[in-house]
Design a protein around this ligand. Structure first.
Ligand SMILES: [Mg+2]
Length: 302
């Protein structure tokens, strides 16, 4: 109802707020930067999500974060006050396993990533190697073909705090075989900031592996197609679905591509300054509505 107008919901009349709340049946929410930052809930977010549920909306938590399995995400959400079930969590670790299983993949995965992806792969019977530190040797270029596993048929790249030069060498060497699949969870540049320290995101790793392998990854997370197709299997009505996010280039882009309504909150990556610049440049994707934080919906609705 506010198509790409960047309308500040705080300026809406009571009737407009009511109309807005009646305009969707399904709520998809990003997690980091909307619901929580690291292990701290953003004040009011749990109450807002639980309020949507109370109104009868169907809820999905749609995150590009690949570090946890769905049940661990659900536990984290519950501990922070959100009502959440594992089946409502759509994380990229799960999407990787779902994708590979769906295409009948039977070989081994070389995984640049964490146990979150590893455990989701294990749950669908797909073997993997690579999680954890890979020691950099004195002569960093030394690697033999015996260091490579001939059973590997896919390289998967997600968030990996142990990323290292040997990991890049192995990934590029596996990918030198054209038959080897190349899958990435997401291309987020950074984590939402909780201080002045910048934490590079998975996109940093994906671009590095793309560069050294001279190939392009199939990216499964927002704003790409696979997650849309996955959600379509639940029979969502795009026009009556609301996507909530803190990043224009993933969450809002994803919502716009899918024909969903979009709500941007300012508690994560996209700053008011970024938004103002995009707005004055008329640079898409622009959200339909904005709020300083998700919890602000509660005072508007009461
Ligand atoms: Mg986010």
């Amino acid at each position: 109802m506010f198509k790409s107008s960047v309308f500040n919901l705080q300026e809406a009349t009571a009737d407009q707020v009511k109309e807005f709340l009646n305009s969707f049946d399904t709520v998809l929410s990003d997690c980091d930067g909307v619901l929580w930052i690291n292990n701290s809930a953003i004040p009011g977010s749990a109450e807002a999500m639980n309020f949507f549920r109370k109104l009868g909306k169907r809820i999905f938590y749609v995150t590009n974060n690949s570090t946890k399995i769905r049940s661990d995400f659900a536990v984290k959400a519950q501990q922070l006050g959100f009502i959440a079930e594992p089946e409502e969590i759509l994380s990229t670790a799960y999407l990787v396993a779902h994708y590979l299983k769906g295409i009948g993949f039977r070989k081994k995965v070389y995984l640049i990533g964490s146990n979150g992806i590893g455990d989701e792969l294990k749950a669908v019977g797909i073997r993997h190697i690579g999680v954890g530190p890979d020691q950099v040797k004195q002569d960093f270029k030394s690697m033999n073909s015996s260091d490579l596993d001939p059973e590997v048929g896919a390289v998967v790249v997600g968030f990996d705090e142990h990323i290292s030069y040997p990991k890049f060498m192995k990934a590029a060497s596996y990918l030198a075989n054209e038959q080897c699949l190349f899958v990435a969870t997401n291309t987020d540049e950074r984590f939402p900031k909780s201080s002045t320290v910048i934490i590079p995101g998975t996109g940093t790793l994906v671009r590095a592996v793309e560069t050294c392998s001279e190939r392009k990854a199939l990216v499964l997370g927002k704003p790409h197609d696979y997650v849309r197709k996955f959600l379509e299997s639940f029979g969502l009505d795009p026009a009556r679905t609301l996507m909530i996010g803190d990043r224009c280039n993933t969450d809002i882009e994803f919502g716009v591509r899918c024909g969903f309504q979009t709500l941007l909150v300012m508690t994560g990556v996209t700053s008011p300054k970024d938004l103002e610049r995009m707005r004055s440049d008329k640079k898409p994707p622009l959200p339909d509505v904005v709020l300083p934080k998700l919890g602000d919906i509660l005072s508007l609705a009461s």
